[in-house]
Design a protein around this ligand. Structure first.
Ligand SMILES: Nc1ncnc2c1ncn2[C@@H]1O[C@H](COP(=O)(O)OP(=O)(O)OP(=O)(O)O)[C@@H](O)[C@H]1O
Ligand SMILES: [Mg+2]
Length: 355
């Protein structure tokens, strides 16, 4: 299979997919360290460690990794929603030229919901249970666009229709508990879209839904991205979701990026053995039926500090002394036929399988 991206250079912190369109969001060397007082000293946990990726208009960047790999902490750092104390955020996150990590809080609050919208996993905890869904949408519309009550209500009806909720004029009057899980997630998406955001950050938007509804919601998000040129950061642990919708993939393990590539390239020639393991553990309908799925041995807790070795080494079939030199760099894949923008952090990349 051939790569999808045009040629271009990519350094260790370079873009996943070189393209003519400049990135709307450029995350550069983002680190988040949680600090806690322990006895007389302090303990530090580096949950996100030097993460870089770009998100471009009309494209979906997926952030993938097992539980605890730092995906949500990354999104919370970008949106200024980490707890006010007990953490240190470093790096840059340029959104249309403004650094989200250093803009004043009032400016960030203004950007959130207008230019930058979020969709979270659990709509029930994000929606207000005692306010009709229509009113929750009109509040956002009015706050950010200054529209009058009647115009905002019309917009709420239009948005609910656009996210595929039948009979939206009736549904605007209903409370969250009167809607199904899939519909509540659609309401969340409608709220996120209320102000025509330029960037949507969706953290596990379909995890709480059953598979058929998952597919519908993913389809809806991808249509919006394509039709409106929105940029999207899609956070998920599910490579099946990624296959259906994204353009570029960033794979995280223990707080660091281990591999980054255009989606087709990553699926066709995964080079980090963690990525290969994730792919081998996804059921596929488009190939010969394997005897059984291959789980990745060990658990995400079996990690060593990146400063001492590749954090995945304890679970890796190819792990040896070379992996324990510490502080490996994310570098362009040196293998034959690598697509531009394919970066990998590994001493012994997986062999490239012939198509
Ligand atoms: N407020 C906090 N204080 C201390 N550690 C935290 C805090 N929030 C997250 N962490 C730690 O940061 C690491 C990354 O967590 P994060 O929630 O980003 O994982 P995730 O990749 O989103 O996982 P999941 O797929 O389960 O959502 C975890 O080890 C977690 O325990
Ligand atoms: Mg998470």
């Amino acid at each position: 299979m051939s790569a999808v991206a045009p040629a271009g250079a990519a350094g260790p912190a370079g873009p996943a997919t070189p393209s003519a369109e400049p990135p709307l969001l450029s995350v550069q060397d983002l680190s988040v360290t949680f600090t806690a007082r322990r006895g007389s000293g302090r303990s530090e946990v580096r949950a996100v460690d030097g993460v870089s990726f770009d998100v471009r208009p009309g494209r979906v960047m997926a952030l993938v990794g097992e539980s605890g790999s730092g995906k949500s902490v990354t999104s919370l750092a970008l949106t200024g929603l980490l707890p006010a104390r007990g953490n240190r955020v470093e790096g840059r996150a340029l959104f249309a030229g403004e650094d989200l990590l250093t803009v004043p809080r009032a400016r960030l609050a203004d950007l959130r919901g207008r230019e930058l919208a979020m969709v979270f996993q659990d709509p029930m905890s994000s929606l207000n249970p005692v306010v009709p869904v229509g009113l929750q949408i009109t509040e956002v519309v009015r706050r950010h666009t200054g529209a009058g009550r009647a115009a905002a209500k019309e917009r709420a009806v239009e948005l609910l229709g656009r996210v595929g909720i039948p009979d939206p004029r009736r549904r605007v009057r209903e409370f969250p508990h009167q809607l199904s899980g899939g519909m509540r997630q659609r309401v969340m998406i409608a709220i996120a879209l209320a102000c025509d955001p330029r960037l949507v950050i969706a953290d596990e938007p379909t995890t709480a839904l059953d598979v058929t509804i998952q597919a519908q919601v993913i389809d809806l998000l991808s249509t919006l991205v394509r039709e409106q040129g929105t940029a999207m950061l899609l956070i998920t642990h599910d490579l099946g979701v990624v296959a259906g919708v994204c353009d570029d993939v960033t794979v995280m393990y223990a707080g660091r990026v281990v591999e980054q590539a255009p989606r087709r390239e990553l699926f066709a020639r995964p080079r980090h053995r963690y990525t290969a393991g994730l792919l081998a553990s996804v059921p596929r309908l488009d190939g010969p039926r394997p005897e059984r799925l291959t789980p990745i041995p060990g658990t995400p807790r079996d990690v060593v500090a990146w400063s001492e070795a590749c954090a995945f080494a304890p679970r890796c079939t190819a792990g040896d002394d070379a992996c324990r030199r510490g502080d490996l760099v994310l570098a362009p894949d040196a293998g034959a036929g690598a697509a531009p923008g394919h970066l990998v952090r590994c001493v012994h990349p997986a062999p490239v399988e012939q198509p």
